[in-house]
Design a protein around this ligand. Sequence first.
Ligand code: B1M
Length: 209
Amino acid sequence: MSDYQPIINALIGCDMAKTTELVNLSLTQGIDAKDILNQGLIPAMDIVGQKMETGEMFIPEVLMAAQVMSSATEILKPTLAKEDSDAKGTVIIGTVKGDLHDIGKNLVGMMMESGGLEVHNLGVDVEPERFAAQVQEKKAGILCLSALLTTTMPMMQKTIDILKDKGLRDQVKVMIGGAPVTQTYADQIGADAYASDAGSAARLAKSLI
Ligand code: B1M
């Protein structure tokens, strides 16, 4: 069994050089990219979140940790979920208006791309109207909405409402996710699917196409 503690410590310490070195080393040792992600990097971000809550880490440090996390994820990208897939389909993904958290959403997009889907990542703080316009323009079969804040979750409902107003709701499956989001919430707002993590989001998207 591998020891992910050094990676966790390096990421919490916002040490870019050390984290990327350890991630590269783990890959050369043949450790699965998904294990590095799920047992090293994601638990480290959870600890960053706890430290943020208790005031042990401040926003600038959390931002640095997020940058380290993003770079480490980029290293894993080529080896993450290299699956043979016949899946064809277009996905629009973004973080809802008012919300700047992008790491989880990027991971979801990355896994979907590795699964053969065409992914258009709109970034963060995306207006409901922009989601709708992109669904129409790209003729997307799936729209993925991410929210990490309880205060921005209502933007998911707003986006679905705009899709209805523009007559686009029947053309696109709406998937939602993000740490505070639940299946119950998905049912409540009339989303088509909920996924708790990037791997299940990619599998679900392929089954919905
Ligand atoms: Co923020 N933040 N943050 N933050 N931040 C959280 C989310 C928080 C839980 C921290 C805490 O207090 N413990 C808390 C939210 C509380 C709540 O509402 N329930 C919080 C807060 C309060 C805030 C601010 C309000 C703080 C402030 O300013 N006072 C502020 C809000 C800014 C804004 O968005 N308007 C803020 C700011 C920030 C930073 C900018 C500093 C930075 C983000 C930088 C960036 O993303 N580039 C940041 C970070 C890094 C975090 C934590 C520490 C880490 C988030 C993360 O990247 N996790 C986070 C604590 C935590 O989550 N433990 C926290 C790793 C990532 C891989 O996981 O994003 O959950 P996650 O994605 C998962 C799943 O959720 C799922 O798959 C992913 C991979 O498996 N998933 C989907 C995600 N999206 C999906 C979409 C799908 C399906 C699945 O579509 C179908």
